[in-house]
Ligand binder design. Sequence first.
Ligand code: GLP
Length: 255
Amino acid sequence: MQIILCDSAEQVGARAADLVEARLRQGPAVLGLATGGSPASTYEELIRRHREESLSFSQVTAFTLDEYAGLPANHEQSYHSTIRREFVDHVDLPLEQLLTPRGDAADLVTEADRYDAAIVAAGGIDIQILGIGANGHIGFNEPTSSLASRTRVKTLAGATRADNARFFPEGEVPRLCLTQGLGTIRDAKRAVLVALGENKANAVRAMVEGPLSAHCPASVLQLHQHAVIILDPAAASQLSLLDYYREAQELNDQL
Ligand code: GLP
């Protein structure tokens, strides 16, 4: 794992955007997009570079990580609508190149298989942007998710439903979702996880320094050959090897 320690959310966004931009400059790319607060500064910076520095997304195919079951794509709280509102509608990524699992599919099991196969058919994800849940989930792979899992239907953990309750009228938080699996995420050629704030600090420590364990689904990134973890000071605050990460970052930045 490569750990990048930043001073602020803006710097986290800039470092993540650097990685995305470097890949886009090489030609057509497949991006994996996370929703949530964590990647907001990354998307803001990519939008700025699109507007001010002509960074183009016209050759990008994008797959979102996950979707609530039961919500049609055009529902205000669907992740399809969310990623459009927060990122896609502000850049030149053609809408037909934005792919999300269909949360309102009649057969969710078949839809999950179809989505996983579509990622493979697109040549796999070049850069997967990830946030992390306070319980260590990535995508909606809740604790005890199989480390080899593919895109599938999952039951949301109570803690995740509580975190997301603010987006729904009382009693209407979905209980099921479709999510790329941990094996699917592990197949991405590069994984870029951004984490901000103190409430992520324990999950970040478990992911980076804890045992490889389905209890902390994000720890699957320990098995990834090109995982980059970008942290603000609060999210990094529980790490025990900070001096080592700082030194490695300094040397790496000189390469
Ligand atoms: C959500 C999403 C994840 C996201 C995580 C953290 O439920 N399914 O993709 O990374 O939880 O969210 P946030 O970045 O808002 O803290």
